[in-house]
Write a protein that binds this ligand. Structure first.
Ligand SMILES: Nc1ncnc2c1ncn2[C@@H]1O[C@H](COP(=O)(O)OP(=O)(O)O)[C@@H](O)[C@H]1O
Ligand SMILES: [Mg+2]
Length: 266
């Protein structure tokens, strides 16, 4: 009797081990899948990014090329060069090239995968997102309002956080354009409580036309969008909820969609 029980037990133990192995394999498979989606999301953004860089650089390039026209004219006509004017032009030149260089840095940061969690200021990541998309918002006459009540520090992968902000703002932009909204607007509000950091992003495009609204966070779920992949919000939720212990959700307001991200302070 005793012996059988032990045998049963050993058998069970064996089965458990097998099961554990199977689970480990499945978990690993899922991890790989998530990795691929992560990559796809970045690649999908890449085309749009290049477009954004082009936008972002057009203006400063124009300014650069016109900066020295009067100086060249003076040289051509052998006229005296005004030292003060020349100096001002050089200062402007420095400002413009600095701006262009910052744009490139932001893009490079965005595409670099951060290896370790680090502390970052929320406002800096908002700025990085805006450096990447503000020109295309401007080009589409989308008004952006930002209210930062506090400038909290977060801990996590900052590029991923930027990616989330960009996903949400880009979605709002897409819908505002696609629905041809008059006076399109995006409003970003940052606040904090003792324990959490809250950022809300609201547009006035009329809201999410899907029921229940949570469906938009499912992988490959895309609705009414031309060329949608349905990866962006799924990835965003994964980043906030799995990597930062936070929560990302959406509500419809009178104006449009309101996305909220809550992350705990440390
Ligand atoms: N600001 C928004 N207003 C209304 N619907 C939205 C908004 N943002 C996202 N959605 C809906 O959520 C869906 C999923 O978004 P996302 O995961 O980024 O995929 P994609 O943008 O490729 O369609 C969109 O197709 C759209 O139907
Ligand atoms: Mg999207």
């Amino acid at each position: 009797m005793r012996q059988t029980k032990l045998d049963d037990f050993l058998e069970l133990e064996e089965q458990n081990k097998e099961l554990e192995k199977l689970v480990a394999v499945e978990v690993e498979k899922n991890r790989q899948k998530d990795k691929i989606m992560f990559h796809q999301n970045k690649m999908a953004s890449m085309g749009e990014m290049l477009n954004n860089i082009a936008h972002q650089w057009r203006q400063p390039l124009m300014e650069l090329s016109s900066l020295f026209i009067p100086i060249q004219a003076r040289l051509d006509y052998d006229l005296e060069l005004d030292k003060k004017e020349l100096k001002e032009s050089i200062v402007k030149l420095n400002d413009i090239t600095k701006y262009m260089s910052n744009t490139i840095d932001d893009f490079r940061d965005f595409f670099a995968t951060s290896k370790e969690k680090e502390e970052f200021k929320l406002s800096e990541q908002i700025n990085a997102s805006l450096n990447i998309i503000s020109s295309s918002l401007k080009a589409n006459n989308i008004m952006l309002e930002i209210i930062i009540k506090k400038n909290p520090t977060l801990v996590g992968y900052k590029n991923e956080y930027t990616q989330v902000l960009i996903n949400i703002i880009n979605n709002a932009k897409d819908i505002l354009i696609q629905r041809k909204i008059k006076e399109p607007k995006i409003k970003i509000i940052v606040s904090e409580t003792k324990k959490d950091v809250l950022i809300s992003i609201e547009d006035n495009a009329g809201g999410v036309n899907v029921k229940p609204v949570e469906n938009i966070f499912k992988p490959f779920f895309t609705y009414e969008k031309i060329g949608g992949t349905g990866i962006g919000l799924f990835m965003s939720k994964l980043i906030i909820e799995n990597n930062m212990n936070g929560r990302l959700w959406v509500e419809n307001t009178k104006e449009g969609a309101l996305f909220k991200i809550i992350t705990p302070k440390n």
